[in-house]
Design a protein around this ligand. Structure first.
Ligand SMILES: [Fe+2]
Ligand SMILES: [Fe+2]
Length: 171
């Protein structure tokens, strides 16, 4: 069995964990009376499912029999909106590390197709980290409270889900 495809199989499970984590964060915001933040995080969770499926489809196309392992339980509580976004950023940084390791392995194993496939995720991770960084910065500026928090909540209510993996180059 290809080492590269086996490693990518592990990432499928991690993408589902990302969705699970962001769904738990959605619950936190809904419970905290921040529906806009909850909406933003729900969209984030949906995006992670599309990432998992994009990898799953690729593995099937390569004839790899995907094995679905257990998904860890995410945390259920955070101290504040800022605390949530910091945790989200730290998580995305970890995921970037996994994607980079996968890309390096594909190079090492001369799996050019997987190298090209992973390019989409390498680019996506830049955006993912940027999104969370922006929110960490905004929440830090407004000290996570008052009018600023309400305004940010209204802004985040406007995020809509689009399947970015469903494009011509989606593989
Ligand atoms: Fe992802
Ligand atoms: Fe992500």
């Amino acid at each position: 069995m290809s080492k590269v495809l086996a490693a990518l199989n592990d990432q499928v499970i991690r993408e589902f964990y990302s969705a699970y984590l962001y769904l738990a964060m959605t619950t936190y915001f809904a419970d905290a009376g921040l529906p806009g933040f909850a909406n933003w995080m729900r969209v984030q969770a949906k995006e992670e499912v599309t990432h998992a499926n994009k990898m799953y489809d690729y593995l099937l196309s390569r004839g790899h029999k995907v094995v679905l392992g257990a998904i860890d339980a995410p945390p259920a509580s955070w101290k504040s909106a800022l605390d949530v976004m910091k945790a989200g950023l730290a998580h995305e940084q970890k995921v970037t590390g996994y994607i980079n390791d996968l890309a390096s392995l594909a190079v090492k194993e001369k799996d050019h197709a997987t190298q090209i496939f992973l390019n989409w995720f390498v680019t996506e991770q830049v955006e993912e980290e940027q999104n969370f960084t922006d929110l960490v910065n905004a929440l830090s500026l407004i000290k996570g409270e008052g009018q600023g928090l309400l305004m940010l909540d209204r802004e985040l209510a406007g995020r809509t889900f689009t399947d970015a993996t469903a494009t011509a180059d989606a593989g």
